[in-house]
Write a protein that binds this ligand. Structure first.
Ligand SMILES: [Zn+2]
Length: 479
């Protein structure tokens, strides 16, 4: 990363970006300067004294990988309960969630014709294994699901389908959303044409020789075929070999397996509101991770940011009017079990969930905010977002929302907010062995924690509310 893009010192954010604020944000603020009201103090306290990265370090070093149902999963739950208790939260508890348990085994692949080359790949989450002796077959390359659908069964039958769909590097992270359909749906589309396995170019912007895993799906009535992701350089090798026009044959062995569901938990802690404790502003992140790295940016960073936000809100005297609830969700990565279990367990209270947001895009700074709320929410959102200008965050815009752990809340009509983080480098590491603590940038994560805290405390103190998401906008394409 070029030095100019590195960390903006917290003091600079306050001093420079503070000039963007208007005087109405805080009674004690003078024009052009951040004031000394409670929100200003909260923001300055987090920027100056954030411990968000410390919580990420503890989680990733002391617990490590925490794929749902793996030995790291209950350790992470115990860690989260103990940490919340030590940070000043109240009502700290774990709510049981049953989660899938899938284990990666040995994984090997190679080009065997027309040349011999080892291929670096990793099984996609929830994949079935290959037979122990592996699968050997010719490869057919396609760029998209649509291109595969347009092929004849004869072109695909008995082959390994190779999806070569690059991920664009964009600050918004939208390159991932555009590429990821081949990971989720590739095996089903390929099996319908008689393919024996799928390999995909990793859904990643990295050019390291590390493959990026992620969840794949099967469909009832369609044969389950194995799925794996090639490291980007290996996908490019396969592409170059196929480009020569000769048949390319590969072998693939995956030893992964699915075990009976296991017990995990959502971990919940509150900062109880001083006037309306029954009304909730929810701040979420997910506690689980993939198994290849230690889940530092996905989603240790989110866990660290929301824990720090809650810790610093808990230290406010007085507390905001409504309750700020931090929820660390179980198994976001392959099933959203924690998100759905929370919505079910708290169904009776969802009408009193005023707004929800989650942090799940790594360690990059928040640069924008969007929301999906009631039709008359624009004024209330603008008021709550106003102190975010001093963190360099542009004014809020109404937009569709796809935050995974908030899907069940959105379906129930709870307004949802995205604090959009710079995702330029996020997909270099995400879901790979490179997702480790050294990638966390503490000063940037402090800004994320400050944004989460300023938003949550402001929403908890707001006099107006945000309405409910209209029925017609509660569903979203792809969910
Ligand atoms: Zn995540």
């Amino acid at each position: 990363m070029p030095p100019a893009m590195r960390i903006i010192a917290p003091a600079v954010i306050v001093a420079v970006a503070g000039g963007l604020s208007c005087a109405t944000a805080s009674e004690s603020r003078t024009q052009g300067q951040p004031g000394n009201g409670p929100v200003d103090q909260l923001r300055a306290s987090i920027l100056g004294h954030s411990r968000a990265a410390d919580w990420v370090r503890d989680l990733t070093d002391q617990v490590g990988p925490r794929l749902s149902g793996s030995p790291g999963d209950p350790k992470a739950v115990a860690w989260a309960v103990a940490t919340m208790n030590s940070l000043g939260y109240t009502n700290v508890h774990a709510e049981k969630v049953m989660v899938p348990r899938w284990e990666r085994g040995a994984e090997e692949a190679a080009v065997v014709s027309p040349v011999h080359q080892r291929l670096i790949l990793t099984a996609l989450g929830d994949s079935v294994p290959t037979p122990p002796q592996g699968i050997e077959a010719d490869v057919v390359e396609v760029p998209t699901l649509e291109a595969l659908d347009a092929m004849s069964e004869q072109q695909v039958h008995g082959k390994i389908v190779f999806f070569n769909k690059p991920t664009a590097r964009l600050r918004t992270g939208e390159g991932y959303g555009k590429a990821v359909d081949v990971r989720g749906g590739g095996a089903v589309h390929a099996a319908k044409k008689g393919a024996v396995a799928v390999v995909i170019r990793s859904i990643a912007t990295s050019n390291t020789r590390l493959p990026h895993t992620g969840a794949m799906n099967y469909a009832d009535g369609v044969e389950k075929i194995p799925g794996a992701a090639l490291a980007v350089p290996d996908a490019e090798l396969l592409h170059r070999l196929l480009e020569r026009g000769q048949p390319v044959r590969i072998t693939l062995t995956l030893g992964c397996r699915t075990l009976p569901d296991a017990e995990s938990a959502n971990v919940i802690g509150d900062v109880v509101g001083r006037e309306r404790p029954e009304e909730v502003v929810l701040l979420g992140a997910h506690l689980d991770s993939w198994d290849l790295g230690t889940g530092a940016i996905d989603d240790g960073a989110g866990v660290g940011a929301v824990l720090e936000a809650g810790r610093q809100i808990a230290a406010m005297n007085p507390h905001p009017r409504r309750t700020v609830r931090v929820v660390l969700f179980a198994n976001e990565e392959h099933g959203l079990n924690g998100a759905f279990a929370y919505a079910k367990a708290h169904e009776a209270e969802l009408g009193r969930h005023v707004v929800a947001t989650e942090i799940d895009s790594g360690t990059g700074q928040v640069y924008a905010m969007s929301y999906l709320a009631g039709p008359d929410a624009a004024g209330a959102m603008a008021t709550v977002a106003e102190p975010l200008l001093a963190l360099g965050i542009s004014p809020p815009q109404s937009a569709p929302h796809n935050g995974a752990d908030l899907i069940p809340l959105r379906k129930a009509g709870v307004p949802v907010v995205s604090l959009q983080q710079d995702a330029l480098s996020y997909f270099d590491y995400h879901h790979s062995a490179d997702d480790t603590f050294d990638k966390v940038e503490p000063e940037k994560l402090a800004q994320v924690a400050a944004a989460a805290a300023v938003f949550a405390s402001g929403a908890a103190d707001a006099t107006a509310d945000f309405g409910r998401v209209p029925e017609s906008m509660r569903e979203s394409k792809g969910h």
